[in-house]
Design a protein around this ligand. Structure first.
Ligand SMILES: [Zn+2]
Length: 255
């Protein structure tokens, strides 16, 4: 059985109840981290996921709230005794930012002390791409409409055949409903309630996108500080006839 666990559900400016949005897909044999907020080792530990099970990390774009935990995550893996390779996936600009962040911590010096190998896998910008294939999961990406080049991520369980899609940060665009067509769960950002802001979606728009995509369930993530869950739920429900869930940190969804 595969699971998605929300390690955080907040926007860049988060509050006492939400860390910035990132998630993990866990299968029987391995796990994939999607984006990397502030305290991944602590959050994974609280979610009951062994650090050693993470072999793949996808970074959707290089805004700080989506990648800033990477440096301390790599350090934590090393301190936990990791020796096997870790694979990082992202667009060219995202990987450049990730490498730049690691350079700021002079990680080339860590390499002299037996740091485990890290592979960087560049994802092409346009169109759909198959990026990861494991016994548990098949993972694809597509480009969405944000302030920086950004990827949405689609994870299919090889066991159940079910599909989840994570929009990452995006305005209303055709790419999300096309990419999420018929998915079991769409995790869609809702940075505001009903007032659009450039590069992001409202809860109402997330509902409309879920309806266009014909998904079975919508989970709102990337929520603003002190956003009233009842109002976010109601705004999304205006456009979506099926189940809406307002995401909470550590909520788990089977697929
Ligand atoms: Zn962003």
């Amino acid at each position: 059985m595969a699971q998605v666990i929300l390690l955080g559900t907040g926007a860049a400016l988060c509050d006492a109840t939400r860390e910035q949005t990132y998630l993990v897909a866990r299968g029987a044999r391995s796990a994939i981290l999607i984006d990397c907020g502030g305290s991944p080792a602590q959050r994974l530990s609280k979610a009951g996921i062994a650090l050693e099970s993470i072999d793949h990390v996808i970074l959707t774009h290089h805004h700080p709230d989506h990648i800033y935990g990477l440096s301390v995550f790599l350090l934590a893996l090393w301190l936990a005794g990791r020796q096997k390779v870790l694979r990082l996936y992202g667009l060219a600009e995202t990987l450049r930012a990730a490498r730049g962040m690691m350079r700021a911590f002079e990680w080339e010096r860590w390499l002299k002390f037996g740091f485990f190998p890290v592979e960087f896998h560049r994802i092409a910008k346009d169109g759909h791409h198959a990026v990861i294939s494991t016994p548990d999961f098949s993972v694809h990406t597509t480009t969405v409409q944000h302030l920086l080049p950004t990827l949405a991520v689609r994870v299919e369980s090889r066991v159940s055949g079910k599909v989840i899609v994570y929009s990452s940060d995006t305005e209303m665009c055709d790419a999300v409903p096309e990419f999420a067509r018929g998915a079991d769960i769409l995790f869609h950002e809702a940075t505001t309630l009903v007032q659009p802001t450039r590069g992001h979606s409202t809860a109402r728009q997330a509902g409309a996108q879920a309806q266009r995509a014909g998904v079975k369930k919508l989970v709102l993530v990337h929520l603003p500080p002190r956003g009233d869950p009842k109002r976010f739920h109601a705004a999304a429900k205006q456009g979506f006839s099926r189940q809406v869930v307002v995401g909470k940190d550590f909520a788990a969804f089977e697929f």
